[in-house]
Design a protein around this ligand. Sequence first.
Ligand SMILES: [Zn+2]
Length: 264
Amino acid sequence: MGTTRNNTDDSRLVAELKAARRIMVFTGAGVSTASGIPDFRGPHGVWTRRRPVYYDEFLTSEAARVDYWNYKLESWEIYSHALPNPVHHAIVALEGAGKINSVVTQNVDGLHRRAGTSLGVLVELHGTDRLVKCVRCAATSEPGPHFEAFKATMSPPRCSCGGPLKPATISFGQSLCATDLERAADAATHADLVLALGSTLSVSPAASFPLMAAERGTPYIIINDGATDHDGHACVTLRLHGDVTAIVPPAVEAALALRQGTRN
Ligand SMILES: [Zn+2]
């Protein structure tokens, strides 16, 4: 399928953004591409080269912990230099205009918080690589020193309580955080517009949240370069094919400028 984007679709996006007051923004790997972050779980991702380390292996095997920290060292070196891009900033501008109910993300790169999305609206469904967490006492700490120590010793870091430390992302075989799932479901209930950006909408349960809102009759806009699992779904209001970095920032700018130019 070729591009189906046209000026009418772009105007429709601006109009929906302008009218909305409680937008649920749902983001996937495509939002971080322009920041130089590869899609680790995608077809060319790290798992084509490495065997995934499951959570129970991490808990029980020192060798698995070494493997895991080795893999995370690779992504840390990318994440620690990555900067938010115009899509992250556009979402912050929508929040500044009082239009955001939530930013629900599948990304673990921490770029939404780095851009300035407030933690009160941010739901990092798959956790974050910007923090390290103790699997025993749940204490969190900055990753930098742990990665430096691991690089020097190749010995996986431990908490002062003795428990193994792990980047605060959800691993294969690890449950999502119940509080985050509740916050995302609550956001889906109260949103008046859902914007799914840069996600193939194929990972469950994450992709169920935009659909949950759409099935309540909330306008649902999907912007993604490639196909998504929600394409052709009856509750999709608008589907834009293309690079989120090219589409979202100008639309947000137009919506917010229009808003300032009118008395509302
Ligand atoms: Zn601990």
